[in-house]
Design a protein around this ligand. Structure first.
Ligand SMILES: NC(=O)C1=CN([C@@H]2O[C@H](COP(=O)(O)OP(=O)(O)OC[C@H]3O[C@@H](n4cnc5c(N)ncnc54)[C@H](O)[C@@H]3O)[C@@H](O)[C@H]2O)[C@@H](O)CC1
Ligand SMILES: Nc1ncnc2c1ncn2[C@@H]1O[C@H](COP(=O)(O)OP(=O)(O)O)[C@@H](O)[C@H]1O
Ligand SMILES: [K+]
Length: 480
């Protein structure tokens, strides 16, 4: 599991750690990690051309110190000082002493064009708002391909908002980000995360001073530990029975895909509730599923997955499923008929357009502020909200957030959301909490998307579904 902390938490931990260290020692730890990554990216440090973009804070200090160390190893180091009066004094002195040069304004373009590596030390966790003036112009030059070299962001790409993952204005787009001490939301949540490139975390000894993280990113081992493990004496009921209320005459395929996802998510039995013609299609594809016309008549379940491809006019069915008071997942059309607030375990799985409609805002606003809007909806409906998209974010009403790291554009295809809804519902029926069910499902779903993409150029939702069993098998091992 990797942890993400807020700027306030990082600053408090840095203060506590710095109180036990000699002056400047913490920055030197950060710089050592930064230099190691830069040296690894260069085809030899000696003779390499390095351009340091240094703002007036400690982020600029890191970059100047790194430039100094690279210069000592034989690199040609140039620095652009964005705020010369405020430039980090020790870092600048070290940079000059190592033979680094300050670039005159007129020579910035030439220096960037010749650079093998650009160090972005304009702003770090002290950033407020996007880049302005000359800094914005530099970021634009870098994006416009004015350098053939790698752009390495120090701590985070300058100009993105550290705590929200929002991009309030112009910002640097990096190829790599070397980040210190712990993760930041900007490095895992789009749109900011898209500007970070490859992440290189550097341990500076902060962890003992940091609180439990409010935002986490699961890894394979976390997901394996969370996946249901049916005991030796389990039966199909004890493994969980999931009800799927999905599909319609208009969208029968959504039911087929959601039931498919549910069958592969560990539940012992899947009960499908829906119109006869759709049920016939579901059973033709999945003879192991049991079907009935409505939530009331299909038999007992331990959790409901509601909404994928439900179409219009199904309010009564949704109300019947919700009335059971069981753990519930609500997707797609089901989101039109939400109760005022949930009182039991609930997982909502909107994409940005659906969440925008729920909150009465524009889709663009949701995409620009994914964390904010997922949190707002979680608080509003007292439900875990899994916001789908280029980064899938899960916000719990208790304040915890998870960000899924396995997303892939291979999933941006019709019907993959139905597979996810079925899978997550199955995990709910298997006893996972909404936060665990949603994050485990998103993780496996992303891996299935990648696996399907490795096997086919542009995988369909059916390909993603077909890849799920092997993904779950490799995560948890074979059932005994
Ligand atoms: N505190 C420490 O000991 C350590 C700090 N480290 C580095 O220090 C960074 C944080 O340094 P600072 O707190 O000095 O903050 P920054 O270097 O991120 O920013 C410095 C100043 O820039 C100004 N500023 C903010 N937004 C601006 C904008 N949009 N346009 C123009 N100016 C703006 C503000 O006055 C801010 O205080 C970290 O990101 C990391 O790189 C690392 O060296 C690790 C150790
Ligand atoms: N650009 C993207 N990168 C990664 N995943 C994406 C991207 N766009 C969509 N997805 C994922 O694809 C799935 C699409 O779900 P959804 O929008 O509900 O489609 P549908 O209703 O057609 O199934 C979600 O899991 C979502 O997170
Ligand atoms: K930076």
């Amino acid at each position: 599991m990797s942890a993400v902390h807020t700027v306030a938490e990082i600053r408090a931990a840095e203060d506590a750690l710095m109180a036990r260290l000699p002056d400047g020692a913490l920055m030197q730890r950060a710089v050592a990690g930064l230099v190691t990554v830069c040296a690894g990216l260069l085809d030899g440090v000696y003779g390499a051309r390095v351009v340091v973009l240094a703002g007036g804070g400690n982020n600029g200090g890191d970059a100047l110190w790194a430039g100094a160390r690279l210069a000592r190893r034989g690199a040609h180091a140039d620095a652009v000082l964005l705020n010369p009066e405020k430039a980090h004094a020790e870092g600048l002195a070290a940079f000059r002493a190592a033979g680094g040069r300050i670039v005159a304004r007129d020579d910035v373009r030439t220096a960037l064009a010749a650079a093998d590596l650009v160090l972005d030390g304009i702003l770090g966790i002290g950033a407020r708002g996007g880049l302005r003036g000359e800094a914005a112009e530099l970021a634009r030059l870098l994006r416009g391909g004015r350098t053939a070299g790698a752009v390495v962001a120090v701590d985070l790409p300058s100009g993105v908002d550290p705590d929200t993952g929002e991009t309030p204005g112009p910002h640097v787009v990096a190829d790599h980000t070397v980040t210190f001490g712990t993760g930041k939301a900007a490095l895992v949540v789009d749109p900011a995360a898209a500007a970070a490139g490859v992440l290189h975390p550097v341990d500076i000894g902060l962890t003992p001073y940091l609180p439990e993280p409010g935002l986490t990113v699961l890894d394979d081992a976390d997901v394996a530990a969370l996946l249901p493990d049916p005991g030796r004496e389990s039966d199909k009921y004890s493994r969980g029975v999931v009800g799927v209320l999905a599909g319609s005459g208009e969208f029968p395929g959504a039911a087929v895909l959601a039931v498919g996802g549910a069958l592969h998510g560990g539940a012992g039995l899947v009960r499908y509730a829906g119109p006869g013609a759709v049920a016939t299609e579901v059973r033709a594809r999945w003879p192991e599923a049991i079907a009935g016309p409505s939530p009331d008549t299909v038999g007992r379940v331990q959790a409901w997955t509601i909404g994928s491809g439900l179409g219009s006019g199904r309010e009564a069915d949704v109300a019947a499923a919700l009335a059971a008071g069981l753990p519930v997942l609500v997707d797609a059309d089901g989101l039109r008929w939400l109760p005022d607030r949930f009182t039991g375990p609930a997982l909502l799985t909107p994409h940005a357009g659906e969440l925008a409609r729920l909150l009465g805002v524009e889709r663009d606003e949701v995409e620009a502020g994914r964390l904010h809007h997922a949190r707002a909806a979680a608080a509003r409906w007292n439900a875990v909200v899994l916001l789908k998209g280029s980064t899938t974010v899960l916000a719990s009403p208790d304040g915890r957030v998870r960000v899924n790291p396995t997303g892939t554009s291979a999933l941006a295809a019709a019907g993959t959301g139905d597979v996810l809804a079925g899978l997550a519902g199955s995990l709910l029926a298997g006893g996972l909490s909404p936060l665990d069910a949603g994050s485990v499902a998103a993780y496996a779903h992303g891996l299935a998307g990648r696996r399907a993409a490795a096997a086919s150029g542009y995988p369909s939702a059916g390909d993603v579904l077909s890849a799920l069993p092997a993904v779950l098998r490799s995560l948890r091992g074979p059932l005994q």
